[in-house]
Design a protein around this ligand. Structure first.
Ligand code: FAD
Length: 487
């Protein structure tokens, strides 16, 4: 997040830019309450590190930045840590590491704030979202009479005025996209530090990638555009808590070769030269030269699971599908990307049926031959979690794992990519029950979101108790979280 003037805010992906009338950096809960009192007739939103790609942070009125509220307190049981909302994940990990501990789940980078990451159910691969591990929150919001108050939410609490059971309120607050108010601090579970063993393996198809999962539960894999093979990042918890000799070298290799050189190659071919042939060459021939298959290393969990994926600005959309829909979803993604790449490409009859059934023929005709996809499609398994509206929230007796499929662009203008991504999101949401990540580009609204998130009606009941006047509802929240009567 950058502030060009004290009040102009631009997010990491540079697709969100707005002017807030008041950019506030409070240092205490009392100061937050004073800001809420002063803006009770306007709009209040919070910005973390500004790493999400949607309008969740936008506020024409007050925008809070909690960078000064980042105190970390480890509990005596060493199983929980309470952290100020503005603390960055990397700073918390460093604190925990000094105590031989870590977080049970992290994403690809550690630059986000804890409150921002939790608000959007940030996830890695093979575990639950970070939201799942939140045991308690302190939230500044509005009480029944409209006065600004601080509420503690945890499973042992009183619920709200006896109307909602505490567990429901906690499930709502764990992933709330800032709809319940200003999260001041969070209590998260932590675990003893662990080590991860990793290597890269090329496989021919999805079945082969999935077959590896029981042996490598933390794995993530990539569908490689234009060769349409799979590269598996085989990851498992290591039996020994020791770094192997080559791990330091592997870190340097990953940073220099993958995070920098490969990404420069992508920027050069796709963004600067805009050459379809060179992008094809990169993925069909050159990528294999960047990967050292079979190089097996063991390192500390945070070192192994994090990348410098934030070195180059990009735009990302991520869709979650249940395991039963994964094969069809990836088939659909592949076929659409091939048609977007080559106007003469004929999609399969199964894919065409879905396009017709969702009335997307005009959108499909418009994108044919207009967009060369130029980034590996990362697929990560996320376990069902104890929230109301996260992407992997589960309802009733459902316990199926979810798979996050990510689409990224490094080119600008972004409209060609956005057309492709919007069509894929629409069809996967309507035909395969896909859900969109709350922290990423989110091109669908209204009834599509209502279908994606069956927990929304219960979520809204809790939200109304925290925000009776709609102060925390900006345009993004009205479009995506509000009921039909409120839009
Ligand atoms: C390079 C990069 C890599 C990423 N990798 C992953 C990944 O591996 N896995 C994954 O799931 N996601 C990933 N993300 C997405 C990222 O984790 C989410 O967008 C996350 O929300 C960003 O945190 P932030 O601190 O920047 O929050 P922001 O983007 O600033 O805010 C996100 C939302 O949270 C709200 N919010 C923030 N703080 C508070 C608060 N204190 N109280 C109430 N509401 C608040 C905001 O209003 C907004 O709605 C990545 C993003 C980038 C740019």
């Amino acid at each position: 997040m950058t502030g060009e003037s004290p009040k102009t805010v631009t997010n990491f992906g540079r697709n969100i830019r707005f002017a807030a009338a008041a950019l506030c950096r409070p240092r205490s809960e009392a100061e937050v309450l004073r800001i809420l009192e002063a803006h009770r007739d306007g709009t209040v939103r919070v910005v973390g590190a500004g790493h999400s790609w949607n309008g969740g942070i936008e506020s024409p009125d007050a925008l809070l930045d909690l960078r000064h509220m980042r105190r970390v307190r480890l509990h005596e049981d060493r199983a929980r840590v309470t952290v100020g909302a503005g603390c960055r994940i990397g700073d918390l990990l460093a604190h925990l590491e000094r105590n031989g501990l870590t977080l049970p789940s992290i994403g690809l980078i550690d630059r986000q704030t804890l409150a921002g990451a939790v608000a959007t159910a940030t996830h890695g691969s093979g575990g639950h979202s970070m939201s799942h591990y939140v045991d308690a929150l302190r939230i500044a919001c509005y009480g029944p009479g409209g006065a600004a108050v601080v509420r503690t939410v945890d499973s042992a609490g009183p619920g709200i005025a006896g109307r909602h059971d505490p567990d429901l309120v906690l499930r709502a607050a764990r992933c709330a996209v800032g709809a319940l108010g200003v999260v001041l601090e969070l209590t998260l579970r932590c675990v003893p530090q662990y080590y991860v063993r990793e290597r890269c393996v090329w496989v021919g198809d999805l079945d082969e990638a999935l077959e590896r999962e029981p042996g490598a539960p933390l794995q993530q894999f990539y569908l490689i555009p234009h060769s349409w093979e799979y590269l598996v990042h085989d990851r498992r918890v290591a039996a020994s808590g020791r770094r192997t000799g080559a791990a330091a070298l592997y870190r340097v290799y990953w940073l220099v070769v993958i995070d920098v050189l490969l990404h420069l190659g992508i920027k050069l071919t796709a963004s600067l030269l805009r050459s379809r042939r060179l992008v094809h060459l990169l993925y069909r021939r050159l990528l294999r030269l960047f990967i050292v298959p079979g190089w097996r290393v063991t390192d500390r969990s945070d070192r192994q699971l994090l990348m410098r994926h934030d070195l180059f600005r990009h735009l990302e959309m991520e869709m979650f599908v249940r395991r039963a829909h994964l094969a069809e979803a990836l088939e659909f993604v592949t076929e659409i990307l091939r048609a977007a790449d080559d106007a003469a490409y004929e999609v399969s009859p199964e894919v065409w049926i879905h396009i017709e059934q969702t009335a997307m023929q005009p959108a499909f005709d418009e994108l044919r031959g207009t967009c060369v996809h130029h980034y590996p499609i990362c697929v990560r398994r996320v376990l069902p979690d104890g929230t109301l509206i996260s992407m992997s929230s589960c309802h009733g007796t459902e316990v199926e794992d979810w798979y996050a499929i990510s689409l990224i662009t490094y080119t600008e203008p972004r409209e060609p990519f956005e057309r492709v991504a919007r069509l894929i999101a629409t069809v996967l949401a309507r035909a395969h029950g896909a859900r969109l990540h709350w922290g990423k580009w989110f091109p669908l609204g209204g009834s599509d979101v209502e279908r994606m998130y069956p927990g929304l009606p219960s979520f809204r009941q809790v939200r109304d108790d925290f925000d009776p006047g709609g102060v925390f509802r900006n345009a993004f929240l009205k479009d995506h979280l509000a009921g039909a009567d409120e839009r």
